[in-house]
Structure formats: structure tokens, C-alpha cells
Design a protein around this ligand. Structure first.
Ligand SMILES: NC(=O)c1ccc[n+]([C@@H]2O[C@H](COP(=O)([O-])OP(=O)(O)OC[C@H]3O[C@@H](n4cnc5c(N)ncnc54)[C@H](O)[C@@H]3O)[C@@H](O)[C@H]2O)c1
Ligand SMILES: O=C(O)C(=O)C[C@]1(C(=O)O)C=C[C@@H](O)C=C1
Length: 314
């Protein structure tokens, strides 16, 4: 099931000429590194509004050319990958639209799909194909140093084309991310947003809540929570350390699905609360047995580690 590359760069003919990354942070730099390592494109250009991120990307030699304005970077691109926080997608799409090459493909890595299609889609010229996408891979870190060429190896990359999307463009984007090691699947944007609300957005919200609760404790108690940080809390602090801007935008852009899942979660939490209050150990044990099975399933699907076995951090 795992896609082609081992961790020594498997190569073939480049799939695209020039690839433009807009937003050279964790995901953008992972895309830049991966397409180069796996020989998927001839040339990489990047745009980022942060002078600091651009300077660091240059030091790391992540691309062949660097621009502040997306309009400059996309002018020569055969494929553009939007890798900024979601809140910027609409404005970037509008600004770059007049400068896109006819025949170019625009795709993205945004964690929510419905809102992205709504914000960016209407700005796309008819001469360009827009293929929304989302790699289910990442870490809590931000910036160009955080990326890895192996981030996508063995991980799912979901595309959410609709009935108007150019199928040839979908096929080329599929080929691109498959070359970088991902397992590409298609689904409807709305379905994607519902599934990710449970598997990614809600866990982050829970982590933010628990760590926030600990932070709100007074004086000595707060210090001791950090000092004696047990495994469970420690794991929550990792994802609660994720980018505040990225996660603000995810919750603002997947409001309905997150609120729906949060409602179900609250009901399930009340059930456990009652079971603890009334000493109903059988109910607790029954649920914990079923959740153990879920964990087994994740391990069997090889989705339990951020990087592949022996995968590099860069
Ligand atoms: N981090 C993850 O685990 C992860 C995983 C999958 C998808 N994503 C998605 O990837 C995207 C980027 O996340 P990240 O973790 O790489 O964030 P990041 O903070 O590491 O990088 C974002 C970059 O975008 C730049 N940027 C912001 N606004 C811009 C604009 N208007 N024009 C140009 N550049 C701009 C920032 O300067 C920064 O360099 C988000 O949409 C997120 O939902 C993230
Ligand atoms: O492992 C992590 O640090 C992540 O948060 C990565 C993670 C996830 O929830 O799995 C976060 C957001 C994404 O859109 C995709 C991946």
C-alpha cells in the first residue's frame, strides 16, 4: 500500500517544469524539499511575505528563485502550491490570478477544503485548473527549518476535485504527490472536512483546552504540572504547541463540522463523567477496550508515526 519511494530518492522524469510554493513554512519547505529529492520538477520558486522566512529559505537553498510577491513567483510556474495559513488563500488567489500562466495548475495543502474552494476558487481564471488538496502529514513546528523531504512518505494526500475540475490536472497532481511518496485519494470537500474535524481538529481543540486548563492553575500547582509532566499531558503539549495562526484559521474555516463533532464529543464526555461518578467500571473498561482496537488499526495502517521508519528529519 505504501507509495513508491524508499528513503533514498527514487527518481523518474520530472512531472512539471517550474513549481511555485507560496508560503515557505513547514509545509511549503517540505514540498520544496520533497519535489527536489524525488526529481518531480525541474525548478522550484518560492514566495513568502515574511522577509525572515525568505532569507532562511535562501540560506537553506530550498529553491532556485525567491520572491516577496506571489504574483512574481507564479508568473513562470507550471504548478502553484498554496502553503500559507488558510486565512490568506482568498487574497493570494485574487492577487496572483492575473499573473498565472495559461495551462497552469493551482493546488494547495490547506487543512480545510470547503472554505478553500469557496475563497480561492472564484478567483481562478478559466485558463487554469484548480485542484484542492491536503496532505495528512505534518508536525507542530513552523517555518522553513521545520520541513522534511520525507514528510509525505507513506502518508495520505487527499484531493477534493468536484465535477468541474479538469481530470487531466487531477491526474498530474496525483502523479506529483505519489512521486513524493504519498498515497493519493479523492473525496468530496465536505466529507473531508467532516472526517478531519474528528481526526485532526477536535484532538487539537482538546489539547489546547487541557494545556490551557493547566496554564490557568495558580502558582506552585502550575509549576508542578510542567515539572512533573506525565506522558499524557506531555503528548498534549506537543500538539498544543502548534502554530496559533494556522489553528485559528482551521477553526474559523471548518466551523460547522467542528461544532457538530464537538457536540457529539461533549455527550460522550458526559457519559464517561457519569460512569466515573457512579463507579460503573464496566462502561469505562468497555470503551477503553474499543479505543485500544482503534489504536491497533492506526498502527496496522502504518499511520502511527510522523515520519517513515528511518525517515530523515530534513
Ligand atoms: N503544519 C502542519 O502540520 C500542516 C499539515 C497539513 C497541512 N497544513 C496546512 O499548511 C498550511 C501552512 O502551514 P505550515 O505549518 O506550513 O505554516 P508555517 O507557519 O510553518 O508557514 C506558513 C508560511 O506562510 C507565510 N505566509 C503567511 N501569509 C502569507 C501571504 N499572505 N503570502 C505569502 N506568504 C504568507 C508565512 O510567512 C510562513 O512562512 C496551512 O494552510 C495548514 O493548514 C499544515
Ligand atoms: O502531528 C501533528 O503534529 C499534526 O498536527 C499534523 C496534522 C494532524 O492533525 O495530524 C495537523 C494538521 C493537518 O492538516 C494535518 C496533519
Amino acid at each position: 500500500m505504501t507509495a513508491s519511494p524508499d528513503n533514498g530518492a527514487a527518481k523518474g522524469e520530472p512531472i512539471f517544469g517550474t513549481l511555485a510554493v507560496v508560503g515557505i513554512g513547514n509545509l511549503g519547505s517540505s514540498v520544496a524539499r520533497a519535489v527536489r529529492k524525488y526529481g518531480a520538477v525541474d525548478r522550484v520558486v518560492v514566495a513568502d511575505l515574511s522577509a525572515e522566512a525568505l532569507a532562511r529559505a535562501k540560506e537553506l537553498k530550498l529553491a532556485d528563485a525567491y520572491f516577496e510577491a506571489p504574483s512574481k513567483a507564479v508568473a513562470e510556474a507550471d504548478i502553484v502550491v498554496l502553503c500559507t495559513p488558510l486565512g490568506a488563500f482568498g487574497a493570494i488567489a485574487k492577487a496572483m490570478a492575473p499573473h498565472l500562466k495559461p495551462g497552469a495548475i493551482v493546488t494547495d495543502v490547506g487543512s480545510v477544503k470547503g472554505a478553500v474552494v469557496a475563497a480561492a476558487g472564484p478567483h481562478m481564471p478559466d485558463t487554469v485548473a484548480f485542484v484542492p488538496g491536503h496532505p495528512i502529514a505534518g508536525t507542530e513546528k513552523s517555518g522553513p527549518d521545520a520541513g522534511s523531504s520525507d514528510l509525505f512518505v507513506g502518508r495520505y494526500w487527499i484531493l477534493t476535485p468536484d465535477e468541474t475540475t479538469d481530470r487531466a490536472a487531477v491526474a498530474r497532481v496525483t502523479e506529483l504527490w505519489t512521486r513524493c511518496g504519498a498515497i493519493v485519494e479523492e473525496m468530496k470537500a465536505e466529507y473531508h472536512d467532516k472526517v478531519l474535524a474528528v481526526t485532526s481538529h477536535l484532538p487539537h481543540l482538546i489539547a489546547y483546552t487541557i494545556v490551557g486548563t493547566a496554564f490557568d492553575l495558580e502558582g506552585q500547582e502550575q509549576q508542578d504540572v510542567i515539572r512533573f509532566s506525565a506522558g499524557g499531558f506531555r503528548d498534549f503539549t506537543r500538539i498544543a504547541g502548534s502554530s496559533p495562526i494556522m489553528w485559528r484559521d482551521i477553526f474559523l474555516n471548518n466551523r460547522e463540522a467542528v461544532l457538530e463533532m464537538l457536540q457529539r464529543f461533549s455527550e460522550d464526555l458526559s457519559y464517561l463523567q457519569r460512569a466515573i461518578r457512579w463507579g460503573e467500571g464496566d462502561k469505562l473498561q468497555d470503551l477503553f477496550t474499543r479505543t485500544r482496537e482503534v489504536r491497533r488499526g492506526v498502527i496496522e495502517a502504518k499511520q502511527d508515526k510522523p515520519f517513515p521508519e528511518g525517515g530523515n528529519g530534513k
